[in-house]
Design a protein around this ligand. Sequence first.
Ligand code: PGA
Length: 257
Amino acid sequence: MSSQNNNLKRRPLVVGNWKLNGNQSGNQQLVAAIVAQRQAEQYAEVALCPPYVYMTQVAEHLHGAAVKLGAQDASAYAQGAYTGEVSAAMLADIGCQYVIVGHSERRHYFGESNEQVAQKFIAVQAAGLTPILCVGESLDDRDSGHALSTIAYQVEAVLAQAGLDAFAQAVIAYEPIWAVGTGRIASPQQVEEVHHYIRQLLGEYGDRIRILYGGSVKPDNAGPTFALPDVDGALIGGASLIAEDFVAICQQADAKH
Ligand code: PGA
């Protein structure tokens, strides 16, 4: 089940996660510079996830472009008295296609449990959008030999609530917490081991699902990661705020063709 065979070719996906960054004028420049370098015939698919408040602004700039719109999170609830929440249906309404769920920063700074992440995953799919489910171990987990069991626990929590068939329309991002925003990318061996393992957890969807790597991906280290058979692109934080760097990473994903 490891590498992809030719009838199951997975199109690479590169997603920019802006996190809590941006302002209207900066966004406009950043998006314009990225859009100018991306055409529909390029192999990798590209999506940008701005903060909620800027999503309509970015959607306007992406109109007719080969770059898609994503969100950094979504409510587990569909509607009602949930102050401060944004539903997946609202995101769909403004042209969003992908939604990150269970990012390690949501899990750790905002206390999201595996069960809440699973509820969000389900809510995103119910609105017709594609969840990008983030999983990843802490440094303690890795040092104590529990990296794979942590990943299994996180994936199985979603499997238990959403069911295996939900993974027909989902993306997974493996983001070791110790590599996110630290400048320390996981080694090719570590990445390949986890991606291969996740495919084994997903039965008949294992060969089909796109699994991205995330954590300190930069133009100068993306190549060897993208060359791995079980890596289908990346979730990019810091480098997605610099048009030149982000575009260079996308071009390395195009080369996976
Ligand atoms: P980073 O963030 O690229 O800045 O490490 C990745 C992420 O959090 O998705």
